[in-house]
Design a protein around this ligand. Structure first.
Ligand code: HEC
Length: 115
């Protein structure tokens, strides 16, 4: 019985030691996806091409919100008060949650950590 419990714990270990989705995400893959699905509105450099898009490259307030909230907004879409345009859910695509995290990892590397 005891060894049962011990091996059960070992089975759970890989689940509990997984980091956050952002730490596991693949920024190289995210770059390709960002350029295909997000850059049309946000620009390759994140500065924003469409009226109402934030400057992803310089908006330190945006990143200060924390990645969980940013993820939710990208997944569910949102519109801030007075904004001329909404962020469409998943950027108007059917990208998976994993792919969205890949994109956020790319955004972190390209736009955020260089500050
Ligand atoms: C059709 C144009 C469009 C596309 C495509 C688009 N966005 Fe947006 N995005 C917006 C607009 C407009 C806003 C600002 C909305 C507002 O503040 O009301 C925004 C806001 C954001 C924000 C800021 C969130 C915040 O908390 O302020 C992030 C991050 C973001 N988009 C990421 C993405 C990602 C990742 C993709 C690709 C999967 C994407 N966007 C595709 C138009 C777009």
């Amino acid at each position: 019985m005891r060894s049962y419990v011990v091996s059960f714990c070992f089975l759970l270990l890989p689940l509990t030691t997984h980091g956050t989705p952002l730490e596991q995400a693949n920024p190289e893959q995210g770059k390709v996806l960002y350029e295909s699905y997000c850059a049309a509105c946000h620009g390759d450099d994140g500065h924003g091409l469409v009226p109402g898009t934030p400057d992803l490259d310089h908006d330190s307030k945006l990143f200060a919100q924390g990645w969980d909230l940013i993820f939710k907004r990208v997944r569910d879409g949102f519109q801030s008060p007075g904004s001329p345009m909404a962020m469409p859910p998943r950027g108007g695509t059917d990208l998976s949650d994993e792919e969205l995290w890949d994109i956020l990892a790319y955004m972190r590397d390209a736009f955020y950590t260089k500050k």
